[in-house]
Design a protein around this ligand. Sequence first.
Ligand SMILES: NC(=O)c1ccc[n+]([C@@H]2O[C@H](COP(=O)([O-])OP(=O)(O)OC[C@H]3O[C@@H](n4cnc5c(N)ncnc54)[C@H](O)[C@@H]3O)[C@@H](O)[C@H]2O)c1
Length: 421
Amino acid sequence: MKPPIRIAIVGLGGFAGSHHTAVARLEERGHAKLICTCDPRADAFTQERETLGFAARGVQVFADYRAMLAACARDLDLVVIPTPINLHAEMHAAATALGLPVYLEKPPTLDHAELERMIAADTRAAKSSLVGFNFIVEKPRLALKERLIAGEFGALRSTTLSALWPRPASYFQRNDWAGRLMMADRPVLDSCFGNAMAHFVHNMLFWAGPHVLHSWAQLATVRAELYRAHVIEGADTFFVETTTTTGVNQRFALSHACAGTASHNETLLCERATLHYAVGRQIEIHWHDGRIERSTPEPFDGLECNHLEYHRYLRGETSRPATSLVDSRPFVALNDLAHVSSRIIASIPAHLISGVRDEKEQKDYLNVAGMNAACEAFLARGIWPGAHGWNHPGSESTTPADLVRFEATIRAMAMPHPKAD
Ligand SMILES: NC(=O)c1ccc[n+]([C@@H]2O[C@H](COP(=O)([O-])OP(=O)(O)OC[C@H]3O[C@@H](n4cnc5c(N)ncnc54)[C@H](O)[C@@H]3O)[C@@H](O)[C@H]2O)c1
């Protein structure tokens, strides 16, 4: 049996709680050992600390992550950082300064300039950090991408992502960074595109990454229209189109301003087949000669699989993490250029928005009339909603050279703050 990977987890609640559960299960099986954890509100988690058996497992608990790293760095192989997005860079810098690699929750940052600083900082660690985009390790995804780059389906022409995840009003009040564009005078950009459904956006860039398995599309041009229905600073609805440097057209339609069942569908149009990949549901290959291949992916525990796969890399059994900070560049640039291209976040006309009460959940949702039709029209035919009654004055075609305008765009977008209206 190999020695367990020795872990620190920054944070106790929110998604950090899910990492604690995953690591505790891996510890039971001898794969991992939680050495320490920290949270400024550590005392508020008495129940969780008891349930997770910290005392019996010998887990040290700190209030501050710097004190934790100073005390425990020598006993660690890995630091897990599943904390608010605006804290990722400083925490990653503190761990890598001590040579420690990081399992950093997605998104690493949503500011392209900060990402470059993090990439530079990461070279100090003994091994590359992992960015926790959940689905790159999925075996059926990797197998399908192998077939794609081997040319079995012919050239990839275009892709679409439709991702509609309803989120209640309380979702945007759960912490102080939800739905924010800026915090402490820095871009945060929390949104459905940059945060909750970032996995699927990154997946699409992965599909369009040419030639080798672990590759992501490089952007040539980006256009976008951003909208909000909720009273938040950032956007809750994105329509984005990019052309990659290898000529693939990629369209993305994502929203939290919807009600009913959540859906996410990745579609790839190739010369000889159309591929449909719905995480956790179904994979279909529709050959243009009429044949259909269908499969249902095995149940997939994203956190456990990503931990185990990253541990293999840390042990020297594989050559790279599933997604490194460098691999995250196209995703971060796409998110940033979407904001630059849109210039403003347009308010969806009030007459299209209605409140929907879910009595079972006791939660209130906002639903935009015509959301599904708007997504379909955009994804299938490139029809932008702005020109069809959604009040957006139209986007600008941007290229990576326009990233220099990112910060000024976000500052202009963030004023005035709708919450203060
Ligand atoms: N991979 C996924 O499926 C998935 C799912 C949900 C969230 N996430 C990601 O996880 C991260 C955290 O999201 P969240 O919604 O749990 O956020 P959150 O605001 O609930 O914070 C998570 C934890 O960090 C702790 N924390 C805050 N400041 C801290 C500090 N200074 N030192 C130590 N701990 C601190 C909080 O107390 C909390 O326990 C984000 O990057 C988010 O995108 C990933």
